[in-house]
Structure formats: C-alpha cells, structure tokens
Design a protein around this ligand. Structure first.
Ligand SMILES: Nc1nc2c(c(=O)[nH]1)N[C@H]1C(S)=C(S)[C@@H](COP(=O)(O)O)O[C@H]1N2
Ligand SMILES: [Mo]
Length: 205
C-alpha cells in the first residue's frame, strides 16, 4: 500500500516560528508527573463514546493499520519550538474512518499517566494529525510517548498527548489536564492562544 506523506502546512510558512517562540535544537522532555511504565502486552488503543464502532487494538493490530508520514514543527506553550520532526503512524482520519464518530464535536485523548486533553473534532481531523509510533525514523523513545503519541502540529504541544491509550468522542466539550488549569481551550500558536483570558474576579485581591 502506498504510504501518504503529509507536509504540515505551517512548515511551509516564510517565517516558521510563531510569535513569542524560540528554537531549541533538542526536543525537551516535559510531563506533568512521571514517565509511566507501559507493559506493551497489556497496552491497548481504545476508541469509544460517540462512535458507530468502538475499537480496542493491541500494539500489533494498531501498527497494521494504514500508515502516514507527517513532517511537522512543534511549539510548546512555555516558549520553545523544535523545527522539522518526521513522524510515522496512523492518521486521525483513519481512526475516524474506522470508528465513524456520530454526533461528536470533540475528541478527548486519554493517556497512561492519567493525562487528558480535548481537541475539537475539526482540529482532530486536520490532515497532519497523527498517532505516531515513530519519531525521526526510530521507535518513539519512552520519554517522548512510547508506544504511541498523538501529534497535533497546528496547536501548542500540550495537545500532543504522549503514551496514548485511547480516544473518547463526545458531544460536549470537556477540559483536559492543562485546559482545566488555565491553558487556552484551543491553543493556536499563531494566535498566541496560550492561557485563558483572566476574568475580572481574578484581580479581586
Ligand atoms: N501523557 C502526557 N502527554 C503530554 C504531557 C503530559 O504531561 N502527559 N505534557 C504535554 C506537554 S505540556 C508538552 S510540552 C509535550 C512534551 O512532549 P515531549 O516531552 O515529547 O517534548 O507533551 C505533552 N503531552
Ligand atoms: Mo508544554
């Protein structure tokens, strides 16, 4: 089967660096807590919620799905960007083709460390969104999300969940780990959607 190559459109911009960002040479390692230990024999990729078909796949089954290669930059909300990463994995569109979201408006991505993040269905279905198991032509290292990490190149990197164990499609929006701690709900780096607008009551003493 022919493998698709997707060049994330933001990498083709004349200025690839979003406002307020600095380029780093090496991808930093960041997570809210520890790096989870994953037993690959017990690991499953699950999709449930507002879908016509729920799935639960082993790593072998997941890797036998059609693959896509994505070339993208990543931008962390804390101010660093890493340019030019090669990902390989399963397109979010392939997952949607298999599971057929029905009445869904959001994808809530769940990880083995308890991390969650919410992505609108529209953003989730962009062509360059990939559940990757390879980064720069090697298996994704444990600290970067082995066995599977999501990559959402057009949004700040906190939306790119590491150690993914599943996706739940929902009708209603549901804030994830960082979204419920003040991060912006969408997180478009080109609009600097870093944090939620503070309300007037936040300034009250
Ligand atoms: N499961 C999980 N995924 C996560 C996080 C996390 O804490 N847990 N942190 C996010 C944040 S804030 C960033 S910047 C990136 C960091 O990815 P990296 O360690 O591969 O650079 O992972 C994102 N995905
Ligand atoms: Mo981040």
């Amino acid at each position: 089967m022919e493998e698709k190559l997707v060049i994330s459109p933001d990498t083709k911009r004349e200025n690839r660096l979003p406002p307020g960002q600095k380029v780093v040479k090496k991808l930093p390692v960041l997570q809210y807590d520890g790096i989870p230990q994953i037993d690959i024999d017990k690991w499953r990729f699950k999709v449930w919620g507002c879908v016509e078909r729920e799935i639960e796949l082993t790593f072998g089954e997941f890797k036998s799905l059609p693959t896509v290669k994505v070339y993208s930059d990543v931008h962390c909300v804390t101010g660093w960007s890493k340019l030019g990463i090669k990902w390989k994995g399963v397109s979010s569109r392939t997952i949607a083709d298999i599971c057929k979201p029905k009445g869904a408006n959001f994808a809530i991505v769940h990880s083995a460390d308890g991390y969650k993040t919410n992505i609108s269905l529209e953003n989730f279905l962009e062509e360059d969104v990939v559940f990757a198991w390879e980064m720069d032509e090697r298996e994704i290292p444990t600290e970067h999300g082995y066995p599977v990490r999501l990559v959402v190149p057009r949004l700040y990197f906190w939306k790119s969940a590491k150690w993914v164990v599943g996706v739940r499609f929902t009708e209603e929006d549901e804030e994830g780990y960082w979204e419920s701690r003040g991060y912006h709900n969408r997180g478009n780096p080109w609009k600097e959607e870093r944090y939620k607008q503070r309300e007037w009551y936040d300034y009250d003493g």
